[in-house]
Design a protein around this ligand. Structure first.
Ligand SMILES: Nc1ncnc2c1ncn2[C@@H]1O[C@H](COP(=O)(O)OP(=O)(O)OP(=O)(O)O)[C@@H](O)[C@H]1O
Length: 194
């Protein structure tokens, strides 16, 4: 996996006139993991969006090296397309259309390849979103609430995919209010008095 890294120095985030967090320092290298927890509205998604380059920090310095794949709350999948086609659209942007079948297999949904996205259950939709990240081949995974809607088994599969990604030299940043196993990951609690 290509070289990747994330470095935050003194990062602050204010939204709607309220300081969500400040003075955040962080360095992640290949194989690194970060688990971001905290109550609703604390700023977990905001931190993910700052690392993704979609939101400016209010203060501090952000440096990210390597391609990023973002799993946001909205999966960004065309509801009218069959699952396979919806994923091939995104993977095609990275020249990785051939990676889609393996990614669907990895989340246990290869059999849903021909089914339109709009017919998926909540958990299935989330798993297809995870497959999109897997298929991207990006070294940096930014996962915002990836376990929402997943059953116990699927959360275990997600944990395994994250572990394999890190073992292959990738980086995973995961914002979650549900427990996800990430061995050796740094954990930060935003808000909640932490
Ligand atoms: N575009 C915006 N303009 C102003 N405030 C915003 C905007 N987007 C989010 N906020 C506010 O920023 C705060 C942090 O939101 P964020 O989505 O980062 O929290 P979160 O920790 O991910 O929450 P949750 O667990 O509910 O997903 C919230 O108070 C939210 O209302």
């Amino acid at each position: 996996m290509s070289d990747c890294g994330i470095r935050l120095e003194g990062v602050a985030c204010a939204r709607g006139g309220r300081m969500l967090f400040e003075g955040l320092d962080l360095a992640l290298e290949p194989g690194g993991g970060l688990l971001v927890t905290g109550p609703n509205g604390a700023g977990k998604s905001s931190l993910i969006r700052i690392v993704a380059g979609l939101l400016n920090a209010s203060a501090g310095h952000v440096s990210v090296t390597g391609e990023k794949a973002l799993l946001a709350v909205a999966a960004g999948l065309d509801p009218e397309l069959p699952v396979g086609e919806a994923l091939r659209f995104w993977a095609g942007l990275d020249g990785r259309r051939d990676a889609v079948a393996d990614a669907l297999e990895a989340v246990g949904l290869l059999h849903l390849t021909p089914v339109p996205v709009r017919m998926l259950s909540t958990g299935q939709r989330k798993r297809v979103g995870i497959a999109r990240v897997v298929a991207s081949g990006a070294p940096i995974w930014l996962l915002d609430e990836p376990a929402n809607g997943l059953d116990h088994g699927a959360i275990g599969v997600l944990g395994g995919l994250i572990a394999a990604h890190r073992a292959a030299g990738g980086i995973a940043v995961v914002a979650t209010h549900l427990p996800i196993r990430m061995q050796g990951a740094r954990e930060i609690l935003i808000g909640g008095g932490g």
